[in-house]
Every structure is written in structure tokens, then in C-alpha cells.
Design a protein around this ligand. Structure first.
Ligand SMILES: NC(=O)c1ccc[n+]([C@@H]2O[C@H](COP(=O)([O-])OP(=O)(O)OC[C@H]3O[C@@H](n4cnc5c(N)ncnc54)[C@H](O)[C@@H]3O)[C@@H](O)[C@H]2O)c1
Length: 354
């Protein structure tokens, strides 16, 4: 019998890349990769090709109202990625953010424990550090979540820690901000936004004074960290761990400069010189280096920039006003689905509009 890995939120920006990497890096005679997703984000840049980004079996469920038992499978590992997945969406959809990111996560983790799942891997976020001042935050340092989204991650960690034990291990990967190409592309991430803008418009608009610190991680390197969590043995019942690298930690203004050096003739405009983004943090990645030396981030910043630029061109996307795009900006997609009443048909969605 193959070991089953169930990825909840498998059809998103990170999930799609994770599925591809798991299929490439795990022995598929030994493992079977399954996915669950509501499929909110249907735009898929690789839809017409052989799609390595899809799991072997995909269940189209909302994790708020499904029971693991109904799938009739016993996964060895669950990776929980489903979420209302950034700050602007968390502000607009506060209730759904806590229902999906926290309540469903903990409810499913309890079900998982009851049916004998061994490991539960949770996609947490470095944004829980909020505002770190000059000190790079370690896992045990104080946290300071500044948004509904960040609070949802903190509460999930608290709930998961309580139910973890030696037979049900929880690994909470506190990811840096994701960056880079995925077929389920989102341009509401700072690196992707800057590369899209530089490629299409030859300028980068910074919507703050640019002084905030932000650790980034390439989406392929996130998969590597999840692969480590799945394959290797960790000794703690509950392990929160920062995932990222010093090399990819930038002040926003310096991130823009680094991209403008690669995409030539790009100008930078600091649009809101008086707006200081309070969400500014640097993070200590030593624990990850120590525990997972073979799974460290290796993506090249230059290659990641050029690959994303190439994929944007290749797909002929209309990027002139991409911050308004209904397909490339997650918040706009959800607002659009609500407007079209697509999501209202699903009773549970009504709760989300609040
Ligand atoms: N993108 C980042 O910078 C980043 C950084 C740190 C942590 N994370 C976390 O990683 C995870 C994945 O992020 P992402 O960028 O791929 O986000 P995403 O929004 O692209 O993907 C989330 C996926 O979950 C699905 N989903 C949402 N609600 C669901 C529900 N109720 N039931 C089933 N499926 C549901 C969506 O359809 C989507 O496919 C999230 O938990 C996010 O908070 C992301």
C-alpha cells in the first residue's frame, strides 16, 4: 500500500508547485499524492499542456464543511495550505480568514489525529513577527501579528500545538513571503509585482517609503522545505520553524533596485514617501539551517527574475494595469466571484462576505 500525502489547498500558487515537486522528487511507487481544493483560482497558465502540477486524485471540497473520514483514505502526512492567503484578503474577509485558516485547520488536524495520520505540516508565515525592529526573530522570540491574516496563523499554531503529541507531529513552517513563477500565478506578492511591473511598464511603483524589511523565498524552495518536513525525521511533537534565507531578505527599496538591475532601464518611483509600512521584520533562519542542511534555499535571484519575466511574456498577459486584474490578484478574484454570484450559491460563502 502506497503512503498517501494529502495536500489541502493543492491548487493554489504554492500548492501547484509543491505537487509538481513532490511528483518529481518522491518515489511514486512508494507515495501517492492527493489534493483537496475549492478551486477558487481557476486561471492556470499551464492548463493546455500535460499538467505536472495536478495531484493523482483531486477532491473538490471546501475544507470548512468536509470530514476527512468521508474521503475513505488514511494519509500518512497532511500538508495544510488552504487559506485566505494575504493581508488585504484577511481584512476584507475577516470571518472566513479565521474559519478557514484557523478553525478548519484545527478541526481537520483533530480528525487527522483520530484516524492515525502521523504528521501534519502547516503553512504558517513569518508575518506573525509583524514588526521586529532591528532584531532578527527566532522561533521563541515574541511575536507581534499586525493583521487578521497573521493573527489567524498564530491561533492555528496555538491550536495545533495543543493537539500535537509523539504520535501526531505538527511542523509549522513559518514561511518568508513567497516569490517566483507558478502556473497559478499571483501578482499580489511583492517580488512578482515588481517583476511584472518592470517587465511590462519599465517602472516599479513602491506603495510605501520602501524602508520595510521583508524576507522572501522562492516558491520552489518552499517545496523543498515541505519535502524535508515530509521525508525526514524531526524530533519534537510541535516544531515551529522559520523558512527562508538571509540572501533573500531585502528592504523593499533594495528589492526594487535589485530587480531593476536585472530588468534593464527600469525606473523606481516611491509613490507614498510618507507611508511607513509597519509590517517590517527580519528573521533568523539558523534553526532551519541546522535541522535541514540538505534542503536549504538555492534559487538564484537573477534566474527567478528572468524566468518570471519570460513566463509573463510567453503567456501574453495584459500587465498594463495588473494591480486591477481579476485573474492575477487574489483579492480581485474573490470579489469578482462574489459579484458574479458564483460564490453566493454556496451557502457557506455568505458568511465570508461579512
Ligand atoms: N504566498 C506567500 O507569500 C505565503 C507566505 C507564507 C505562508 N503562506 C501560506 O501558504 C499557504 C498557501 O499559500 P498560496 O500563496 O498558495 O495561497 P493561494 O491563495 O494561492 O492558495 C490557497 C489555496 O487554498 C484554496 N482554498 C482556500 N480556501 C479553501 C477552503 N475553504 N477549502 C479548500 N481549499 C481552499 C484556494 O482555492 C487556493 O487554491 C497559505 O496557507 C498561505 O497563508 C503563503
Amino acid at each position: 500500500m502506497k503512503k498517501k500525502i494529502l495536500v489541502i489547498g493543492s491548487a493554489g500558487y504554492i500548492g501547484s508547485v509543491l505537487i509538481k515537486n513532490l511528483k518529481q522528487k518522491l518515489n511514486l511507487n512508494e507515495y501517492q499524492i492527493l489534493g483537496v481544493d475549492t478551486n477558487w483560482y481557476s486561471k492556470n497558465l499551464e492548463i493546455n499542456k500535460y499538467n505536472p502540477y495536478l495531484p493523482e486524485i483531486m477532491y473538490n471540497y471546501d475544507c470548512r464543511n468536509f470530514n476527512l473520514k468521508n474521503l475513505n483514505i488514511k494519509p500518512k502526512v497532511i500538508v495544510f495550505l488552504a487559506a485566505v492567503s494575504n493581508d488585504p484578503m484577511g481584512n476584507r474577509f475577516k470571518k472566513a480568514t479565521s474559519e478557514i485558516n484557523t478553525n478548519s485547520c484545527i478541526r481537520l488536524a483533530k480528525q487527522a489525529k483520530a484516524i492515525g495520520v502521523k504528521k501534519f505540516i502547516f503553512a504558517s508565515s513569518c508575518s506573525i513577527y509583524g514588526s521586529s525592529g532591528n532584531a532578527s526573530r527566532k522561533e521563541n522570540d515574541p511575536i507581534h501579528p499586525l493583521t487578521n491574516y497573521a493573527v489567524s496563523k498564530v491561533k492555528s499554531e496555538e491550536g495545533l500545538e495543543k493537539i500535537s503529541d509523539k504520535n501526531f507531529q505538527v511542523i509549522s513552517l513559518r514561511f518568508a513571503t513567497a516569490a517566483g513563477y507558478s502556473p497559478k500565478l499571483r501578482l499580489d506578492l511583492v517580488f512578482n509585482d515588481f517583476v511584472a511591473s518592470a517587465s511590462a511598464n519599465k517602472f516599479i511603483k513602491i506603495l510605501s517609503d520602501g524602508s520595510a524589511w521583508r524576507p522572501l523565498i522562492h516558491v520552489d524552495d518552499m517545496s523543498k522545505a515541505m519535502l524535508w518536513s515530509i521525508k525526514e525525521k524531526q524530533n519534537l511533537n510541535f516544531l515551529p520553524i522559520n523558512i527562508g534565507s538571509d540572501l533573500w531578505t531585502f528592504k523593499i527599496i533594495n528589492l526594487a533596485k535589485a530587480i531593476s538591475k536585472i530588468i534593464k532601464n527600469t525606473s523606481i518611483s516611491v509613490v507614498k514617501k510618507n507611508f511607513i509600512d509597519k509590517r517590517s521584520y527580519t528573521v533568523n533562519f539558523e534553526l532551519f539551517k541546522k535541522l535541514a542542511p540538505k534542503y536549504q534555499p538555492t534559487a538564484s535571484f537573477k534566474k527567478a527574475t528572468l524566468l518570471l519575466q519570460m513566463k509573463l511574456k510567453e503567456n501574453n498577459l495584459d500587465l498594463f494595469n495588473f494591480r486591477k486584474s481579476k485573474e492575477l490578484i487574489r483579492l480581485n478574484t474573490l470579489n469578482d466571484l462574489i459579484e458574479k454570484k458564483y460564490l453566493n450559491k454556496q451557502l457557506f460563502w455568505k458568511k465570508l462576505i461579512k
